[in-house]
Ligand binder design. Structure first.
Ligand code: UDX
Length: 433
């Protein structure tokens, strides 16, 4: 099949390359010229394991092409995926849909054949309906069908999650071609036994919002339990293990620590609350405010813990921060708990040096006033305390003796409960988590 992917960020670039991998002819549209040039040369402007190889393979095979032209897109195919960003609006909880809207406004007037536009971006419930009405106004004597096909990929596992998803969801208006075309698009995945759930668009939009709200709630649940554990002297990891054996609960997403960040969970739960409010159902999701509160409290709690291990004040102290990405196997620093903590500690008068295996460039852009080191050991030089805030394998396996030789004070705070307490204590460290 021939298809177009609009927007080549974390989601769109992965989707475009994976569709080429499934054998389709794909044209990716990206408005930022530098990103476009990189992708056209078979390079990926962000870190995602395996993606550079996949993009290069299909740029070389000719199945994946990149352009900045909507006119070319309209000419190329009659199936379009929207994969542009839907960030949080500045100063508000709701999602900013300007990029989704712009894609429709620009594309639809250029279409000359009946077309299907499949939204992949995370949007508030009701968006497909609104866009469908707008597309009808913009379309010139043709039928433009809008349907929603939400994406559940995790950064760091994006290719695996796209090619072998837990489920496929399609929200289509009755009577259209969306289901048939989507079945053809994902034929290989559906044949492999992946559940394919077809609903109307509001349900599909809410499947995505509900999934992320549940995941965020699960993380904040265990972090709330962790707060009680701190007060009671209990071990939250043992609790997570023990309750996780119950199949109804499950162990995944019960890792207590610094909490969730990134470009999805935080903004998606806020957008969900905002939309519920618009629909007159704010009360139903009021618990998500507490989920958000518990999560943000982890960050201030970490700063307090750092101050405590430094003897009550951070003024003039040197703090090493290991990890800047919002999670390992990613260079994404959007709403990163690690960088947020680094910034707060610096504001309290400490000198902060950050090291991350992949997220250095993005961190420098977001927090130019922090110091950055080229290795974990360099970041720890003369540090009064070392904070491990992203659970990269490099930090889990680091030698506490080697780090112990360069620091000023052997104090480590394990913000992701990922280090071996015994190993660090045996190497003479004061270990806190
Ligand atoms: C998430 C959803 O998992 C994905 O389905 C959706 O499409 C987009 O949002 P992603 O943002 O890539 O994906 O990361 P995810 O692996 O879900 O982690 C989110 C955050 O939660 C990270 O900051 C991670 O460190 C944190 N987390 C995760 C915890 O604090 N504890 C856990 O047990 C699991």
């Amino acid at each position: 099949m021939r298809m177009v992917v609009l927007g080549l960020g974390y989601l769109g670039a992965t989707h475009a390359a994976c569709m080429a991998e499934l054998g389709h002819e794909v044209l990716g549209i990206e408005v930022i010229p530098e990103k476009r040039a990189q992708l056209a040369a078979g390079e990926v402007p962000f870190y995602e394991p395996g993606l550079p190889e996949l993009v290069k393979r299909h740029i070389d095979s000719g199945r994946l092409k990149v352009s900045g032209s909507y006119a070319e897109a309209a000419d190329f195919a009659d199936v379009f995926f929207i994969a542009v960003g839907t960030p949080q609006k500045k100063g508000e909880y709701s999602a900013d849909l300007q990029y989704v809207d712009a894609a429709i406004e620009e594309l639809v007037p250029l279409l000359t054949r009946d077309s299907l536009i499949l939204g992949k971006s995370t949007v508030p419930v009701g968006t497909a309906q609104r866009l469908s009405e707008r597309a009808d106004e913009l379309a010139k004597d043709i039928d433009v069908e809008i349907a929603w096909n939400p994406e559940f990929l995790r950064e760091g596992f994006a290719i695996e999650d796209t090619l072998h998803p837990d489920r496929l969801v399609l929200g289509a208006f009755p009577g259209g071609r969306a289901e048939a075309i989507t079945r053809e698009t994902y034929a290989e995945i559906i044949q492999a036994g992946t559940p394919f759930i077809v609903t109307e668009p509001p349900t599909a939009e809410m499947v995505k919002a509900s999934a992320n709200a549940f995941l965020a709630t699960k993380i904040s649940f265990i972090n709330a339990i962790a707060e009680v554990c701190d007060a009671a002297g209990a071990d939250v990891t043992a609790i997570a293990d023990a309750i996780g054996y119950d199949a109804r609960i499950g162990r995944k997403f019960l890792n207590a620590g610094l909490g969730f960040g990134g470009g999805c969970l935080p903004k998606d739960i806020r957008a969900f609350m905002a939309r519920a409010g618009e629909l007159g159902a704010a009360e139903a999701l009021s618990f998500l405010r507490e989920v958000d509160n518990v999560n943000m409290r982890r960050r201030t709690h970490m700063v307090e813990l750092a101050r405590e291990v430094c003897g009550g004040s951070l003024l003039g102290k040197r703090i090493a921060i290991l990890g800047a990405a919002f999670k390992p196997e990613s260079d994404d620093v959007r709403d990163s708990p690690a960088l947020n903590v680094a910034g707060q500690i610096q504001l309290q008068g400490a000198s902060v040096t950050v090291y991350d295996p992949k997220a250095m460039d993005n961190s420098r852009k977001l927090f130019p006033t922090l110091d950055y080191a080229i290795s974990a050991v360099e970041a720890c030089e003369k540090a009064d305390a070392v904070l491990v805030l992203t659970e990269w394998n490099e930090f889990i396996t680091i030698d506490p003796f080697a780090i112990g030789n360069v620091v000023r004070g052997k104090r480590v705070i394990d913000g992701r409960m990922c280090l071996s307490r015994e190993r660090w204590r045996n190497a003479g460290w004061e270990y806190r988590s």
